[in-house]
Design a protein around this ligand. Structure first.
Ligand SMILES: Cc1cc2nc3c(=O)[nH]c(=O)nc-3n(C[C@H](O)[C@H](O)[C@H](O)COP(=O)(O)OP(=O)(O)OC[C@H]3O[C@@H](n4cnc5c(N)ncnc54)[C@H](O)[C@@H]3O)c2cc1C
Ligand code: SF4
Length: 497
């Protein structure tokens, strides 16, 4: 039986998974363009372009190696693959990155190989999880460090502590800071042809057109990795949570899009960072902070996605029923300077770093009671690095606490005090972060207290929420907060907040 390798948009790794041992004299390549995927949603233009162009670049490279590449269109990838299965071919792919696609490829008769895009095989995570009384990322991270022998001094962590976050997470500096300049990637002929095709076929896209922010080749992804280790990593730790006004990328790696589609493997990212650290001029807090994101959070989130029940994505434990507000879904539809700036950034490049995703967009959805599924759908469409395995736990569990605390022990809710400390938008905002009542009260501050108020009984039994609940009980103006919260929510719904 001849072997056909399914070149999925997020399995573009020549060195891992089904392509690792592929040979032109034994294997053919199948690149299916799924009409369902392309037209089911309005994707951010840069996200769709990245997926299509990166796949086409790899297809061309494989042709240059001598492979036959079948480029086909089908209602879905599964249907495209099943045509070849029915013709007697063995169609092979790595395990996909969502429950839905897993079911569809299984039903289509695709032979699925273990997912090699992570450092933790799915069965290894399941084994670890089965030995835990409660699942927590820090325990997983310690296990990963010891198991993989990363930043270890025998059985102890290098530096004596597993996490050096107390040295990290500074607010943005008040003085001008020399933020690293992000790389640009010039489009090549393949990029231009793919973008022309997206436009000619009027595929539904939104947001700014591709502008060279994102690489579409492995060579470009490797350039970004080298740029990160040489010019960005040294201050990753201190400014990990900062939201300055004069840099969108801060000291972040911008590697998630490449890691998630197979242009980079986490093992080589970790190796590059450790090699750079070994030269001696990168603070341990930055190296450890970054390593924790990659071998800790990224692997934990993927492990949890497959460990949690498949209906986890539909959880709505806080009964949040408000539609996604225009402040998030439409650029330019809010007077909240922090939200407006971040939504404009998402529109411009399909990316903002972790804190705007968590503490601004998700926090607003959480404290305003926005439907988790609507936030999830918007983020899936708009972020250049989105995938089901990573979005579902991050949004449902971490972002809006819709899972009754399965992922996180407490909700990431915050008012204007946190945002004015970690961001630089408040000075140019029509609202005042210190106020919770009145026309110029910061909506985050008002909604924060109203959120604690609405859920005080639910949170009463959670020791990590005891302090905010006690704070609420001390509020002398709670009635006025409730009145202002009702006004704020009406304005939010109307798109005039
Ligand atoms: C609501 C919400 C939605 C998110 N959606 C996505 C998403 O669709 N795709 C995605 O890759 N990440 C997502 N994240 C996690 C994180 O925000 C991004 O990985 C990060 O901002 C990507 O930028 P970077 O590569 O510069 O990351 P850096 O800050 O440089 O971090 C390094 C790497 O660590 C990994 N990482 C860090 N935190 C997480 C996390 N919580 N989950 C998984 N990986 C993590 C990423 O691979 C990232 O590239 C989400 C977080 C939240 C709170
Ligand atoms: S005052 Fe409130 S709404 Fe305005 S930028 Fe600050 S945190 Fe955001």
């Amino acid at each position: 039986m001849s072997r056909t390798i399914l070149l999925a948009y997020d399995q573009l790794d020549r060195h891992h998974g089904p392509l690792a041992g592929a040979r032109p004299d034994e294997d053919a390549i199948l690149l299916v363009e799924s009409e369902g995927m392309l037209r089911s949603r309005t994707w951010h233009a840069q996200r769709l372009f990245l997926l299509m162009s990166a796949a086409e670049h790899l297809a061309v490279e494989l042709e240059a190696e001598g492979f036959t590449v079948h480029r086909e269109r089908a209602p879905s990838t599964a249907e495209g693959a099943s045509r070849h299965v029915r013709a007697g071919e063995q169609v092979v792919a790595g395990e996909p990155s969502s429950h839905g696609v897993m079911r569809a490829w299984d039903a289509a008769g695709v032979t699925l190989l273990p997912d090699e895009r992570f450092l933790t095989p799915r069965p290894a995570f399941a084994d670890w999880a089965s030995g835990q009384s409660g699942l927590r990322m820090d325990a997983f991270y310690r296990w990963q460090r010891a198991r993989l022998g990363i930043l270890m001094d025998g059985t102890r962590p290098v530096g004596g502590r597993w996490s050096l976050d107390v040295d990290n997470r500074l607010p943005p500096p008040r003085k001008p800071h020399p933020w690293p300049e992000p790389l640009r990637f010039e489009p090549d002929a393949i990029d231009e042809a793919v973008w022309a095709d997206i436009r000619a076929r009027a595929l539904p896209v939104t947001g700014a057109a591709p502008d060279g922010t994102w690489a579409t080749t492995r060579a470009g992804a490797l350039r970004q990795l080298a740029h990160f280790t040489d010019n960005v990593l040294h201050e990753f730790g201190p400014y990990e949570d900062a939201m300055p006004a004069d840099s969108w990328s801060v000291h972040h790696s911008l590697l998630s899009p490449y890691l998630n589609i197979g242009l980079l493997h986490p093992e080589e990212v970790v190796r590059a960072v450790l090699q750079r650290h070994a030269r001696g001029d990168i603070p341990l807090a930055s190296t450890e902070g970054f390593i924790r994101q990659v071998i800790g959070w990224r692997e934990y989130v993927n492990g949890m996605y497959w460990h949690l029940p498949a209906d986890y994505r539909d959880r709505n434990g806080l009964d949040a029923l408000r539609p996604l507000p225009p402040a998030i879904s439409e650029p330019g539809k809010t007077q909240m300077a922090c939200v407006g700036g971040i939504v404009a950034d998402v529109d411009a490049r399909g990316w903002v770093h972790h804190i705007p995703r968590l503490m601004v967009l998700s926090n607003l959805a959480l404290i305003a009671g926005v439907r988790p599924d609507e936030l999830l759908d918007w983020m899936r469409r708009m972020f250049v690095d989105a995938a089901d395995w990573v979005m579902v736990p991050n949004v449902i569990g971490m972002g809006v606490h819709a899972d009754d605390g399965l992922m996180m022990t407490k909700p990431y809710a915050a008012g204007g005090a946190y945002l004015s400390r970690m961001g630089r938008s408040c000075s140019g905002c029509r609202y005042d972060p210190k106020k919770r009542v009145g026309d110029d009260a910061c909506p985050f501050t008002t909604l924060y207290w109203s959120f604690i108020d609405r859920h005080r009984e639910r949170f009463a039994g959670n020791p990590r929420m005891a302090q905010p609940v006690r704070g609420l009980e001390r509020l002398a103006d709670l009635d006025a907060v409730r009145t202002r919260a009702a006004e704020v929510l009406a304005l939010l719904d109307a798109g005039t907040l």
